[in-house]
Design a protein around this ligand. Structure first.
Ligand SMILES: Cc1cc2nc3c(=O)[nH]c(=O)nc-3n(C[C@H](O)[C@H](O)[C@H](O)COP(=O)(O)OP(=O)(O)OC[C@H]3O[C@@H](n4cnc5c(N)ncnc54)[C@H](O)[C@@H]3O)c2cc1C
Ligand SMILES: *[C@@H]1O[C@H](CO)[C@@H](O)[C@H](O)[C@H]1NC(C)=O
Ligand SMILES: *[C@@H]1O[C@H](CO)[C@@H](O)[C@H](O)[C@H]1NC(C)=O
Ligand SMILES: *[C@@H]1O[C@H](CO)[C@@H](O)[C@H](O)[C@H]1NC(C)=O
Ligand SMILES: *[C@@H]1O[C@H](CO)[C@@H](O)[C@H](O)[C@H]1NC(C)=O
Length: 470
């Protein structure tokens, strides 16, 4: 049930040129909004993460009027840089790196944020392999022939290069793409690649049980090629959030932070949105809307979903992905504790649990990434992180102490997936068929991959369609 305040929903369509058209429904009272509270734009973008921010900047640069809505007090989504209040030192708790591509470089140049290459290696850090179910050190961690495994992975991937651009699947969907990833690894002798693939597939839920399609989407060809070439890009100043701060300043009053969409009406010629902002209720009238938020039904309560949209979005489920920065762990600053299964294939760790507890780069502070197959309450995650640290002590692995949380953030819902029968049945064909209907466009990870560089390219392609309709 949508809650519609009495004042809501103008059926009158005010164009970007601010022409007031006649009202078409008597229950709407345009007089309830003062002119200063009516925002007319070509495009309204909902969600100020990687895709939404990219779209807003590009559309504005292409001469379109935009407004970008973000419910958090800052842009960036999964990009979250932690700054130590004591000394200003920074560490990335979310997104780390982008691919070496013209599109990426152009976007950073546009926003005046310099890039540099990263190898992901922090020097002087030793890995302690531990099974976090017990806290015990794992003696024989799986290691295979990485170059052989990755070569085989790339060879297989060449069959599906269309996955690089989206979920533009071929039908019938190749049976290999629907295998549990563990079976696919066996079938194509990818074992040696598992330790590498695993790291880049963080957040995917149960790695070996996940449908191969989603593993390939998350660890796409560009990932392996950039890894092998050592060409991954990160910010020169080690402050990835600077990209989004710069975007916010370029967008200026066209970005509404800490704003919540209350209702959307797409029944008319233009889309009408009711927004709660820090400066009160606003009415947005847009020719097109672009949604770049996870399209789960419970996350779209504000939208006038139709039966088709509801039926499609209702099939998504998500994994859980959480991050924290801990102090007072008792772990030495040169030790990374990484989770491995003592008795699992390829030593893949058992979830839910931490992927690792590692030095953050800020002395005394440790970075944790924690994952689960399905979403979990934050309090349960936090308690399990503390318990993981303390298990190291009771198992005699490290003399740990009870840690404090200096930062915690949930990245859940992460990695939206649908069951294999839905994939076979044309789910993604039907999903993509929604683009442009009811003046509504869609982007974001569910439409392509949890991958900023790829999402920017996907969004860039969509801009043509959005602009064509203006
Ligand atoms: C720990 C971690 C590390 C990662 N590392 C990398 C990496 O190194 N490289 C890489 O390319 N990718 C990385 N990713 C993947 C990352 O998810 C994607 O690159 C990208 O951020 C996804 O972009 P998006 O636009 O789909 O979503 P997001 O960036 O999540 O943006 C969605 C935005 O919408 C907002 N929102 C949600 N609901 C609403 C609502 N109702 N109203 C208004 N706003 C709303 C959210 O607050 C958020 O800001 C990482 C992810 C995580 C969690
Ligand atoms: C890894 O596999 C490649 C190709 O099969 C082979 O040439 C190489 O010798 C192997 N490396 C090791 C360390 O076994
Ligand atoms: C999907 O692939 C077909 C055939 O290769 C192509 O014509 C179409 O443009 C692609 N669609 C998208 C959304 O990439
Ligand atoms: C923990 O501390 C005790 C007492 O100082 C010491 O004997 C032991 O070796 C330490 N254990 C580890 C794993 O560091
Ligand atoms: C750890 O951080 C917590 C939360 O910020 C703080 O209350 C606590 O004093 C810190 N402990 C240490 C030992 O620094």
């Amino acid at each position: 049930m949508r809650i519609l305040p009495s004042i809501v929903l103008l059926w009158a369509c005010i164009s970007a040129a601010a022409t007031v058209l006649p009202e078409r429904d008597s229950k709407i009272n345009i007089a309830d909004f003062q002119p200063k509270d009516i925002i007319s734009r070509d495009v309204c973008i909902i969600g100020g993460g990687a895709s939404g921010t990219y779209a807003a900047i590009r559309l504005q640069d292409l001469g379109k009027s935009v407004v970008l809505l973000e419910r958090k007090p800052k842009l960036g989504g999964h990009t979250e840089t932690y700054t130590d209040p004591a000394n200003g030192a920074m560490t990335e708790t979310g997104l780390v790196a982008w691919y070496d591509s013209d599109l990426v470089k152009n976007f950073f140049e546009r926003l005046n944020v310099p890039l540099t290459t990263t190898s992901f290696v922090s020097s002087g850090v030793t890995t302690l392999p531990v099974d976090f179910r017990t806290g015990k050190v794992v003696a024989n961690v799986f290691s295979g022939n990485a170059s052989e495994g990755l070569t085989n992975y790339v060879t297989q991937y060449q069959k599906y290069t269309y996955l690089e651009d989206g979920f533009n699947l071929t039908y019938p969907v190749p049976a290999d793409l629907l295998l549990p990833f563990g079976d696919y690894i066996k079938k194509y002798n990818l074992a040696g690649a598992v330790p590498t693939l695993y790291i880049f597939a963080n957040g995917i839920g149960e790695f070996l049980k996940q449908t191969t399609l989603y593993a390939l989407k998350l660890v796409n060809l560009a990932t392996v090629l950039n890894l092998e070439a050592g060409s991954f890009q990160t910010t020169l100043r080690h402050d990835n959030s600077a990209l989004y701060e710069s975007a916010a300043s370029v967008l200026s009053s066209n970005v509404l932070l800490s704003s919540n969409v209350i209702a959307v009406d797409r029944s008319g010629e233009c889309v009408k949105l009711l927004i709660a902002t820090s400066e009160g209720l606003k009415c947005i009238i847009a020719k097109k809307i672009l949604l770049s938020i996870p399209p789960l039904v419970e996350n779209l309560g504000f939208l006038d979903l139709d039966a088709t949209e509801k039926a499609l979005f209702g099939q998504f489920s998500s994994a859980g992905y959480y991050v924290a920065i801990l102090n007072n762990t008792g772990i030495p600053d040169n030790i990374e504790v990484r989770n491995f299964g003592a008795d699992t294939p390829y030593s893949v760790p058992v979830l839910p649990g931490p992927y690792f507890i590692q030095p953050s780069g800020i002395p005394g502070l440790f970075s944790v990434k924690y994952a689960s197959q399905t979403p979990m309450p934050d309090e349960v995650v936090k308690a399990d992180i503390v318990s993981a640290v303390l298990k190291l002590r009771s198992a005699g692995s490290l003399n740990t102490t009870t840690p404090g949380f200096v930062f915690y953030s949930t990245h859940t819902p992460f990695e939206l997936t649908v069951p294999i029968d839905a994939i076979e049945g044309g789910f993604y064909r039907n999903l993509y068929a929604l683009q442009g209907l009811k003046n509504t466009f869609w982007t974001g990870a569910a439409w392509h991959a949890q991958d900023s560089s790829k999402l920017w390219a996907f969004t860039e392609k969509l801009l043509g369609e959005i602009i064509a309709g203006l």
